[in-house]
Design a protein. Structure first.
Length: 236
């Protein structure tokens, strides 16, 4: 891989866990004490909008108590210093990559600090509470919902992700379970187009066997060390 190569990085809940944010698949399959089916499906939103809105209000408020860790900062440094193409695709809905300074970034599962209008499709920056039936600033209809990709919905900007994966010389997966599609299939797509593949994870994921190399350990240690390796190419 030379300094002009394209790098695609996928990040999951494991990279933010060290900052104090709960991983999506916690003990017993619960996320902050809730079943995924109760807070992260279109059916849940229709059945109990107050619960779903309150759940994401709490997650949004929790962002104020956490800060980016060494892994987020290392990726922001890579983003700033890598002269080739680079895209960080995150499954996370927090804003820790942005706060660390990353700009070449895509949130495939949505963002906590965004509201989506179910009526007109407009998105709005949102940092406070989002009660059910909140009015859309664009169309005025009481149709705002959390801008989160629920189970059963299509992740954002998939065409762009597929296009960049086809160009990648290196695909790196950081802190992911390897069990949630379509992201779990990115390694196969990247390999099919000839990319080298690397997994950085606390423990082997469901798809570890698909990677050329797996390194195990805390993201706050593995990611800065790997970024140092990659940026060493720039100085060569």
């Amino acid at each position: 891989m030379d300094r002009h190569s394209t790098i695609v990085i996928l990040t999951g809940a494991g990279i933010s866990a060290e900052s104090g944010l709960a991983t999506f698949r916690g003990p017993g399959g619960l996320w902050e004490g809730h079943r995924v089916e109760d807070v992260c499906t279109p059916q849940a939103l229709a059945r109990d909008p107050a619960l779903v809105h309150r759940f994401y209000d709490d997650r949004r408020a929790a962002l104020a108590g956490v800060v980016p860790n060494a892994a987020h900062k290392a990726l922001a440094r890579l983003d700033a210093d890598w002269p080739g193409e680079l895209l960080i695709v995150t499954q996370n809905v927090d804003d820790l990559h942005e706060r660390a300074g990353a700009t070449r970034l895509l949130h495939m599962h949505g963002e906590l600090q965004s509201a989506l209008c179910a009526a007109c499709g407009a998105r709005h920056s949102w940092t406070g509470t989002l009660p059910p039936s909140s009015a859309c600033p664009a169309c005025g209809k009481a149709a705002l919902r959390p801008d989160i990709v629920f189970f059963g919905e299509i992740p954002y900007r998939m065409e762009q992700i597929e296009r960049v994966l086809a160009q990648a010389a290196l695909f790196v997966s950081i802190g992911t379970s390897g069990g949630v599609y379509p992201a779990a299939g990115f390694v196969q797509t990247a390999r099919a187009y000839g990319a080298q593949t690397l997994e950085l994870n606390l423990e082997p994921s469901a798809g570890s066997r698909l990677f050329h190399e797996t390194r195990l350990g805390a993201a706050s240690a593995l990611v800065p060390a790997w970024v140092d390796e990659v940026l060493g190419l720039v100085g060569d």
